[in-house]
Design a protein around this ligand. Structure first.
Ligand code: IMP
Length: 422
């Protein structure tokens, strides 16, 4: 299976980091293809937790080459802070970290703009990492690429082009955030450090795939946060679905042989926007505590709720999922009755059985649930299908029926070995 893609099937935070780390075992390359430091991928190895925002989760495997693809937006300070932290843990990344020359920079102005935008009406509840403004500049064709950054004069020219464009359009930005010399002074220390990692990663991946090398494309955020297929406008600004794996890495779409979707056994969401199966009050708080549902990038409490079968089926369709990985099943231990939404009641409409593309319908959706008896056993030591209580197996069987996608992996804890392969 030379090219495999891992994608979030929900609103992010599905536990993709652990799954990518696991599957990196037999990968030659692990590639981030979209998003930026808004992501927070957690990998636990030998009891030690590593949180990665920009670096691909395969980095903990010493023979894996890691690529930040052209579809990613990079904050250089965050990138080097993360590499330095890895070095402190004696994880050597030298010679195997590659960055696309086409990836775009997150600049001081992007963070400044987002701060202002998120204070007023139209706020999305973003991570405030400058993601939206950086992608907006990319699409407006005034973004600055890593390739341009490598050459001081080209970089200053690109910043100047951006400044004059902004002077016509956004008069409120602090001078320091848009003045080319100030921005150059802030970012110059990173130039030499990144130079040897930068190249045409699309070409490198293409050649590697043609040679039969095994490539793992690591999605960030999730289907429901995708700018096209998510709950727009409460989405991130990139293509977080499998389609983004081709555009964001430079690999031809038909090179992708397998797509695995990662879903929690329940649902969480951070930030604003519709979430029909959200559990409010003490039930939601209990699930949050049991699942330690706090954002690893921003520390914000995550909104928690039951599994949404319509959202899962939507993810199965738009990503063409071949397999599912179901994570955090252990968190559901002790709940006497579990629920999965399989339809929505929306006033004035026929019964809704497919995830709606219209947000006005989604905002009014009342989920109709199927109920399942739960289990009380601690399942974190289960390593095989038959180690799971029958009620847990029945729950999973129904998840796979609703998604119409077979389950390939079940995760019952954060450690690598707390996994059931099917
Ligand atoms: P942005 O990506 O910072 O622009 O935020 C847009 C929306 O996506 C907000 O609701 C964020 O909370 C959400 N979001 C962004 N990255 C992640 C993630 O890695 N996990 C979960 N939610 C995320």
């Amino acid at each position: 299976m030379p090219v495999r893609l891992i994608v979030g099937a929900q609103w992010g935070d599905e536990g993709k980091g652990k799954i990518v780390d696991l599957l990196s075992d037999d990968a030659d390359y692990v590639v981030r293809y979209q998003g930026g430091p808004n992501a927070g991928h957690t990998v636990v190895v030998n009891g030690e937790t590593t949180i990665l925002h920009l670096i691909p989760s395969g980095i903990l495997h010493p023979n894996v080459r890691c690529v930040i693809g052209n579809g990613v937006v990079i904050n250089l300070e965050v990138f080097f802070r993360e590499l330095d932290k890895l070095a402190e843990k004696n994880i050597s990344w030298q010679g195997r970290m590659r960055v696309s020359e086409r990836a775009h920079l997150i600049l001081p102005a992007h963070r400044a703009m987002e701060e202002a935008e998120e204070k007023g009406p139209g706020a999305v509840g973003t991570t405030l990492r400058g993601i939206g403004p950086a992608y907006r500049d990319k699409m407006a064709r005034i973004g600055v690429t890593i390739g341009e950054f490598l050459h001081r004069n080209r970089f200053l020219e690109a910043l100047e082009r951006q400044r004059t464009w902004r002077e016509r359009t956004v008069p409120v930005l602090p001078k320091k955030a848009v003045d080319p010399e100030s921005v150059e002074a802030e970012l110059a220390p990173f130039r030499e450090r990144i130079a040897s990692m930068v190249g045409d990663t699309g070409l490198e991946l293409y050649r590697a795939a043609r040679e039969g090398k095994r490539i793992l494309l690591e999605g960030a955020q999730g289907t429901m946060l995708d700018v096209d297929h998510g709950t727009y406008p409460y989405v991130t600004s990139s293509s977080a679905t499998a389609g983004g794996g081709a555009t964001g890495s430079g690999l031809p779409p038909r090179f992708i042989n397998e797509v695995m979707g990662v879903t929690k056994a329940y649902t969480t969401r951070v930030g604003l926007g519709p979430f029909p199966t959200e559990m409010l009050g003490t039930e939601g708080a209990a699930l949050r505590d049991q699942g330690a549902e706090y954002g690893v990038t921003t520390g914000r409490p995550r909104r928690c709720g039951w599994l949404d079968g319509l959202a899962l089926r939507h993810a199965a369709r738009v990503n063409g999922l071949d397999k599912l990985a179901v994570t955090k099943l252990d968190v559901l231990s002790g709940w006497p009755m579990l629920k999965i939404a399989t339809a929505y009641k929306v006033s004035g409409c026929d019964l809704v059985t497919e995830f709606p593309g219209r947000m006005d319908l989604l905002e009014r959706a009342e989920p109709l649930y199927e109920e399942f008896p739960g289990w009380t056993e601690n399942i974190s030591n289960a390593r095989a299908w038959n180690d799971l209580p029958e009620t847990a197996r029945n729950y999973l069987k129904r998840v796979q029926e609703i998604a119409d996608v077979p389950i390939g992996l079940v995760s019952v804890g954060s450690a690598r070995d707390q996994t059931i392969a099917l």
